[in-house]
Design a protein around this ligand. Structure first.
Ligand code: ADP
Ligand code: MG
Length: 676
């Protein structure tokens, strides 16, 4: 494009000297003018557009006709601002001005252009425009980022300082400004002087070791713990991080230092460590103490065991002595009547009743002797024997027998008075063991219970199951035991009954229970009574029958008992009545026949002893059977059961009478005879 012929005067000289050179220079200038990355518009002294380059036309192009010669005031029709002030300033006051102006570009988009208004000394005006749209957008984005960063800077719970390369503080956030009671800290050196930072091991650090100083040398410091001093003299533990700040070219221009207050955390950690330490120390002390105690306990235990052994040996020796004395006494007692009876036997050999009487006395005395012997035997047999697994017994049955056997002597044993019986016997609890031993044990318990109830009381006997175990309890409402007596009750030969006691009862019971893999519990309250409880493992056989069963209903029978021995009579009566039968008893055959004759159908069963003062029970049986065929007849004998004995009776029993068998026969269960 050709330059308009409004060449400024300064150029005329060049043209004059060498016209062709001048033209070349003008063309070169023209080239430069067009190539400039700026929009340039030149206005003459009359402020009419004299010359403009392509960039200018591009800037205003869409609105400008080709040969348009507007004044400076109208030369930017799409500018979104009035430019007259800048134009006036340049033209009238020869002042250069620069201003950012928005232009509406083709398509309606906005364009930011920086316009510079330059006065031309010879008159006129040059307006130069640079496009700054992108720059402006960047500027605004930067401003937003800075605003965001500043907001973060203000709000983070850490003290932040920015240092320049010389260590002067160029920026700080409010938290940093608030440290040291608000004293403004201007440099790293000042900060170091006020903080007096120390490492957590107490060593002071020099200023050049400060994280900020290290960051200013290009190092990055992460979470270094320092102890610093604060204005009011208290100390804070801070965690300091620092990073160098490079400029765009990577040159170090400063550092940023972030400081977090971890005093509370450090305090807690210290306390925790102290606690742990203390716990460890305590643990050490306790372990040592525990070891010491353990050793002591071991020592004591050994000592106790030694003492116990010695004492047991002494006790056993004493026991053997007592036992020997007791045996001597008992044997003598047993021998006395034997000797006497033997003597009398010789004298009265021809009188059968006397012979029978003496023979019975001898038998009784011998029984006492035998009991003594077996007691000694039991005492000597301390070792537990193994029970054959098929030796079993029904606990209720054995207990019932014991009650039946002893009941006749209860009143006498308590020295006169009423003994009330309460019993609850759950049948079918089968345990592994020897009926004889269990019976013996229960006998002892019942005896003790009676001994404790002088003048009468209530005896309670319970057989029940609990948690797979069979329990038999003998409870009395007697004197109870003092703690001392309770303590020693199981000792062999310990008795509070003087000459009336042997002190062997409970120790025997204990032995029996142990041999049956059971245990023994004694609850006793002084003045209120005692409960002795024997607990045995239930045998597998009873598993099915542990559930309570309805008690067996026995049809009551009217029984006539013929027995000359008062004890025997009483016993039979007790056993039968216990079961609900009605009993009439007499001591002679004559009395029995009298009773039968008086009311022929008053009885269902006649039960007779064989050896009676006025004849033989078997004869009576024969007569009764023939005269009263509806009556059941049973005989009881102290001798062997012979076919003779049995001939005339429905059933025969041997002394001592087995209560169960007796009841069984009296009930008539053997042959289905249903009386009534
Ligand atoms: P013994 O009956 O010959 O004295 P035991 O070994 O049976 O010997 O009992 C020892 C002691 O335990 C008895 O002398 C008595 O003091 C006490 N004792 C046992 N059973 C009872 C009980 N049911 N009530 C009160 N004391 C009892
Ligand atoms: Mg006893």
């Amino acid at each position: 494009m050709a330059l308009p012929r409004t060449t400024p005067g300064s150029m005329d000289a060049v043209l004059d000297t060498d016209e062709s050179a001048a033209v070349a220079a003008a063309e070169r200038l023209e080239g430069i003018f067009e190539a400039l990355p700026l929009a340039v518009a030149e206005f003459g002294p009359a402020l009419l557009l004299a010359r403009a380059n392509a960039r200018y036309r591009a800037l205003v192009g869409a609105f400008v006709p080709r040969q348009w010669r507007p004044t400076a005031y109208d030369a930017f029709p799409n500018a979104l601002a009035d430019l007259s002030e800048e134009i006036d300033a340049a033209v009238e006051r020869a002042q250069s001005r620069t201003r950012r102006v928005a232009f509406r570009a083709a398509g309606g988009t906005l364009q930011m252009v920086e316009l510079t208004f330059v006065p031309i000394p010879s008159g006129g005006l040059l307006i130069v425009g640079t496009e700054v749209t992108e720059l402006e957008a960047l500027r605004q984005a930067l401003a937003r980022s800075v605003a965001q960063l500043e907001a973060i800077f203000d709000v983070i719970p850490e003290a932040v300082r920015v240092f320049d390369a010389q260590g002067a503080v160029v920026r700080r956030n409010p938290l940093a400004a608030g440290e040291h009671a608000g004293v403004p800290i201007e440099s790293l050196r000042e900060l170091w002087r006020l903080d007096l930072p120390r490492r957590s091991d107490g060593a002071s650090i020099f200023v050049h070791e400060h994280p900020a100083a290290r960051a200013l040398r290009g190092d990055t410091v992460r979470g270094e713990t320092l102890v610093v001093r604060r204005a009011d003299g208290d100390e804070k533990v801070v965690e300091v991080s620092a990073a160098p700040l490079p400029d765009a070219a990577g040159a170090l221009v400063g550092a940023v230092v972030v400081e977090r207050d971890v005093t509370e955390r450090a305090r807690l950690a210290t306390r925790l460590a102290a606690e742990v330490q203390r716990a460890n120390e305590l643990y050490a002390v306790v372990s040592t103490e525990a070891e010491r105690l353990e050793a002591q306990v071991r020592e004591r235990t050994a000592e106790v065991a030694r003492l116990e052994e010695t004492r047991a040996r002494e006790r056993r020796l004493a026991a053997v002595g007592q036992l020997a004395a007791g045996v001597m006494h008992d044997v003598n007692n047993a021998l006395n009547p034997i000797v006497a009876a033997a003597h009398l036997l010789q004298l009265h050999a021809d009188k059968p009743e006397k012979v029978r009487d003496y023979a019975q006395r001898i038998a009784r005395a011998a029984e006492t002797g035998a009991a003594t012997a077996s007691r000694v035997g039991r005492f000597l047999r301390m070792d537990p024997h193994t029970l054959s697994p098929d030796a079993t017994l029904d606990l209720a049955q054995v207990t019932d027998e014991v009650i039946a056997i002893t009941r006749p002597i209860w009143a006498e044993r308590v020295g006169g008075g009423v003994v009330r019986l309460q019993r609850l016997l759950v049948p079918g609890l089968v345990i592994n063991g020897l009926a004889g031993e269990i019976r013996e044990a229960l006998l002892n318990l019942v005896q003790n219970a009676l001994d404790a109830m002088r003048g009468g009381g209530t005896l309670t006997v319970v057989v029940r199951a609990e948690g797979g175990e069979a329990i038999v309890e003998v409870r009395d409402s007697g004197t109870g035991m003092t703690p001392e007596v309770r303590e020693r009750a199981l000792e062999p030969f310990f008795t509070t009954k003087g000459a009336n006691g042997t002190g062997l009862g409970l120790s025997e019971v204990y032995g029996v229970v142990r041999r049956h893999q059971g245990r023994m519990e004694i609850d006793s309250t002084l003045g209120a009574g005692t409960t002795v409880r024997l607990v045995f493992p239930l045998s597998a056989a009873s598993a099915a029958s542990v559930a309570p069963r309805a008690p067996q209903v026995t049809t009551p029978r009217r029984v006539l008992v013929v027995e000359d021995n008062a004890d025997g009579r009483e016993l039979l009566r007790a056993v039968l009545e216990e079961e609900g039968h009605q009993v009439t008893d007499v001591a002679t055959i004559a009395a029995a026949e009298g009773m039968l004759a008086r009311v022929p159908h008053a009885y269902d069963v006649v039960l007779t002893d064989v050896g009676l003062p006025d004849g033989s029970g078997t004869d009576l049986a024969a007569r009764v059977r023939s005269r009263y065929p509806a009556l059941r007849v049973g005989v009881i004998t102290g001798w062997e059961l012979t076919p003779d004995t049995l001939a005339d009776a429905h059933f025969a029993l041997r002394k001592p009478v087995d209560a169960i068998a007796l009841l069984h026969h009296v009930a008539g269960r053997s042959n289905g005879d249903a009386g009534d």
